[in-house]
Ligand binder design. Structure first.
Ligand code: MN
Length: 498
């Protein structure tokens, strides 16, 4: 579900024929060795593929166009081993349409003090050639990632690994299809947006379906399929009856099992990877999808509540970018709900009515069945848990009328001081950086929403690089944020994106 393609990255080394065949043979040998070692590092989430040294306009153009055409290629990593006259790159770069990295490295780590001569200098001059190449990419205003350092340094390889996930996010963004079975909640502004512009900028396809079409798919799920999934729930989760009749409770849970299966079948059949619902527009559905949506998010589907299709697409994007990550801590939609404002213990209680992804859970997960206190349906069954501690990022994509802005806030997730036994929803609790007061002030000044797409597993840099590649504004709220500077950033955005 998460990723259908086995993506690869091409490694293209630049040089020229000025230095003779012997030098070019060494260039090829060195770049092959670097590619082998990168692949052996165990750090990269995707394979690097070596390509023959690029020395002419024709070959550069041909290689970039092959990269465009190859569906498994998610980006090109470029490195100028020697001096490569950058006018040779213009045509190829003009025609190239995928993520680009400039890896500013060199083969040797140390100056060979005893043996260095002019032949060595001419053969190993990326300090020189990479500046020539960097100039033309800047002059052409092409978005690219620059990574600097020796290829054997795990920190440097980690930066390549991190960018690879961004690049796959850029590639996969245009395959995100969001199913809307409800419109945005009446009168709510921040969950709205221009869907045509979103498709132009991000490639997202956002389509509406009558809610009763998906409700019919739910009703078509057999009792035996439903009961098998209920058994799975009862094996996997703690059941918190809280005084309810066990049989009645199980029937409520079965409604969610039927929704999970019905929704997933409908989404698969119609090729959607994200969905929005609305508690006020449920058609023939007996309960607001709670447990069902939580499980679908865990499987990799994006979700947004109250018709929030931007959050649904962002959650899906983050699920893609973290696909296959070892020791991933989780990604979910969340909502800023209520504060703890006690000095020294400040934080935001994050929750939603129901729909929090269990991938962020810490410890046991329980099923509860409680009234929703909104809408007019049965008490929905939901998964309840608290979330992991540690660093994460909360993001909000908003439509400002003339542009999209992505707000990225570094947050520190904690346990609440005391348990909250009466609260029937999953929660997270975090303090935004740089502190509660500055973080919340900056968020509000930037126009950030109450719904967020949250993850423990990506960095602000990765999401900001994605936003840059999409050609939209990104603003960062982190340990360095000062309100005066932040307001100037917002003013600069007003000018730049006019
Ligand atoms: Mn909400």
């Amino acid at each position: 579900m998460l990723l259908q393609k086995e993506y690869k990255f091409w490694f293209c080394t630049g040089s020229q024929d000025l230095y003779g065949d012997e030098c070019l043979a060494k260039v090829a040998e060195h770049s092959k060795r670097i590619v082998d070692e990168l692949n052996r590092s165990g750090i990269l989430p995707y394979e690097v593929v070596w390509k023959p040294t690029l020395i002419t306009n024709e070959l550069i153009r041909k290689t970039f166009n092959e990269a465009n055409a190859d569906e498994t290629c998610a980006g090109v990593i470029t490195w100028m081993h020697t001096f490569s006259p950058a006018k040779s790159w213009i045509l190829g770069l003009q025609e190239y349409r995928k993520p680009l990295m400039h890896f500013h490295t060199q083969f040797n780590e140390e100056l060979p003090y005893d043996t260095i001569d002019m032949d060595f200098m001419n053969e190993n001059q990326s300090a020189h050639g990479d500046r020539e190449y960097g100039h033309i990419v800047s002059r052409m205003r092409i978005e690219r990632k620059v990574v600097v350092g020796h290829w054997s340094d795990p920190v440097v390889v980690g930066k390549i690994a991190s960018w690879m996930r961004t690049a796959v996010g850029i590639m996969e963004s245009s395959h995100i299809r969001v199913m809307r079975v409800a419109d945005n909640m009446r009168n709510v502004a921040v969950t709205e947006g221009d869907k045509v512009e979103a498709q132009i900028k991000f490639g997202w396809e956002v389509d509406a379906y009558p809610v009763n079409e998906i409700a019919e798919a739910v009703a078509a799920v057999s009792a035996s399929d439903t009961n098998a999934l209920v058994d799975e729930y009862y094996d996997k989760y703690d059941i918190l009856l809280e005084g309810r009749d066990p049989e009645e409770f199980k029937k409520h849970v079965a409604v969610q099992a039927q929704i999970e299966i019905g929704f997933e079948r409908f989404l698969k059949e119609k090729n959607y990877q994200a969905i929005v619902t609305h508690f006020g527009d449920l058609g023939a559905l007996k309960q607001l999808p709670g447990l069902a949506i939580q499980r679908l998010m865990e499987k990799g589907y994006g979700f947004g509540a109250e018709g929030d299709w931007k959050v649904a697409a962002m959650v899906r994007l983050m699920k893609i970018m973290t696909a296959g990550m070892k020791d991933a801590k989780g990604t979910s939609m969340l909502e800023d709900y209520t504060y703890n404002l006690v000095k020294g213990k400040e934080g935001i209680l994050e929750a939603h009515m129901l729909e929090i992804c269990p991938s962020i859970a810490d410890g046991p997960i329980s099923i509860k069945c409680q009234p929703l206190s909104m809408g007019d349906r049965e008490d929905p069954a939901r998964l309840v848990f608290t979330s992991k501690e540690g660093h994460g990022i909360a993001t909000s994509l908003i439509d400002l009328g003339n542009r999209f802005r992505l707000i990225i806030n570094d947050v520190e997730c904690k346990k609440t001081e005391k348990p909250m036994p009466k609260l029937p929803t999953a929660t997270n609790f975090w303090t935004p950086e740089p502190d509660m007061y500055t973080g919340a002030e900056a968020w509000i000044l930037a126009g950030g929403a109450h719904h967020t797409a949250f993850t423990y597993d990506l960095t602000a840099e990765q999401m900001g690089d994605w936003a840059n590649a999409m050609g939209i504004e990104a603003v960062y709220i982190d340990k360095d944020t000062k309100i005066r500077d932040f307001k100037r950033d917002l003013m600069l955005g007003e000018v730049f994106y006019r």
